[in-house]
Design a protein around this ligand. Structure first.
Ligand code: HAM
Length: 426
């Protein structure tokens, strides 16, 4: 087979085997959000480029190296979203949803686009489940968010992720820290990109992927030694609340996160079932972003969880995915009259909320039964001339082999439910 082209590098086609699993994971996420009163938001795949320049930060790897940016036909610079937070903040401000009162609590499923070197768990198009909360500066909000993410991973069977937290301070304490970093790196040989970052944003060097910068970062001064009193107090309270919730954590002063908007608490959940790309969830507080994007100063916080990586980790750990019901009843038929009847029965079942299937390929009975087996039909019903004439057929439970007589001329869905409940009660 010679295709016109293959799928673009770093993208994945998600086939039913994968989407079945994704539906399970997404349902757990939705249900988990609903339990905490977090509402869904959907924002566009593309935004004006300046949103990310200002929001994510123009000295980050994401903005400097990874964005899919192009000019549209109207001459505007457009960027495919590399992450979800900036768009959510813009939409929150534009919609005025904050007028309904704080805290605003939102979740989203979003595809993101980053021009990265693809490898297992790292793609150019990937999906995040994200949560953003606005309007609370209280350390309980930080703890609550981390507890929420922890509970979600537990529900997904990833109860063995390690939680790493840090505080990267606020504008006040960071000024002194930046100076310490400049002094430390001044005499060192950092990569080309980082030498440009030294003056403007030296903390970014700590997040650089180049091996030489990574090595230098190990002995660099740590932000935790320079936190101001308020930030120190905030961090102590967050840790205390996590202890009250009996959540294990490790303070990792190396965590700075790859995006510029963070302040104070940052955190990552790391899975031991993945290779180099092992962070399944990352986030933190970003108290300056709303103002940066043009709103009134508003404390905020959130996280993004990589769904592709979560599914990989679940597969590696051997977590069972209970797939959505495939087919409850397969209606097989022999002959044209029976085929027409199978159409009516399947339509009636589907309208009543029972999943059903029937032959749309003109196959013989043997091939139909093979197909019913392949799609995992729980029950089968075989219709032929005899059944059409008598108005009665046999419904077979494919697992137990048990058969019950059913009437096929009335409301079949009611008959099906009555008979299956009856046989369950026996
Ligand atoms: P992030 O750490 O860049 O944060 O991404 C969050 C998660 O997305 C990562 O922990 C990882 O699981 C997944 N991820 C990131 N890049 C890739 C990739 N190339 N391929 C597959 N999965 C990936 C953010 O995006 C922030 N917006 C999170 C946030 C929300 N912070 C506050 N609110």
């Amino acid at each position: 087979m010679k295709l016109v082209t293959s799928g673009p590098k770093g993208t994945n086609d998600l086939m039913p085997k994968q989407t079945d699993k994704l539906q399970v994971v997404e349902k757990v996420m939705r249900d988990h959000a609903a339990l905490s009163g977090i509402k869904e938001i959907r924002t566009p795949v593309f935004e004006h480029t300046e949103l990310f320049l200002r929001g994510v930060g123009d000295t980050t790897d994401v903005v400097e190296k990874q964005m899919y940016t192009f000019e549209d036909k109207g001459g505007r610079s457009i960027t495919l979203r590399p992450e979800g937070t900036a768009g959510v903040v813009r939409a929150m401000l534009e919609s005025g949803i904050y007028n309904d009162g704080y805290p605003v609590k939102l979740f989203y499923f979003t595809t993101c686009y980053r021009y990265e070197k693809p490898q297992k768990g790292r793609y150019r198009e990937f999906t995040q489940f994200g949560v953003e909360m606005f309007g609370t500066a209280h350390p309980m909000a930080d703890a609550n968010l981390i507890i929420f993410a922890n509970g979600l991973l537990e529900k997904l069977g990833l109860d063995d992720c390690s939680l790493e937290i840090n505080s990267i301070g606020c504008k006040t304490c960071r000024a002194q820290y930046h100076q310490k970093l400049r002094e430390y790196f001044a005499s060192k040989e950092v990569c080309g990109t980082c030498s440009g970052r030294l003056e403007k944003n030296p903390m970014r060097i700590l997040d650089c992927k180049s091996p030489s910068c990574k090595e230098l970062a190990k002995d660099a001064p740590m932000i935790t030694d320079y936190l101001c009193e308020e930030c120190e107090d905030h961090f102590t309270k967050v840790k205390n609340y996590l202890e009250v919730a009996e959540i294990d954590y490790i303070v990792n002063p190396q965590i700075v996160r790859g995006l510029d908007y963070y302040s104070r608490t940052v955190f990552e959940f790391v899975s031991k079932h993945l290779g180099a790309q092992s962070t399944v969830c990352g986030g933190g507080r970003y108290d300056g972003l709303v103002e940066e994007i043009g709103g009134n100063p508003t404390p905020a916080l959130g996280f993004g969880a990589g769904i592709d990586r979560i599914v990989l980790a679940m597969e590696e750990k051997g977590v069972e995915f209970t797939p959505p019901v495939g087919c409850e009843v397969y209606v097989a038929s022999i002959g044209e009259k029976a085929l027409e009847k199978s159409l009516s029965i399947a339509k009636n079942l589907r309208e009543s909320g029972v999943s059903a299937d029937y032959d749309i390929c003109g196959r013989g009975l043997k091939a139909q039964m093979k197909y019913a087996d392949k799609i995992g039909a729980k029950y089968t019903l075989v219709l032929g001339d005899n059944e059409i004439e008598t108005g009665e057929a046999e419904l077979k439970n494919m697992q137990s082999g048990e058969k019950v007589k059913v009437l096929i001329n009335g409301n079949f869905a009611t008959e099906f439910l009555d008979k299956t409940i009856e046989s369950m009660l026996k």
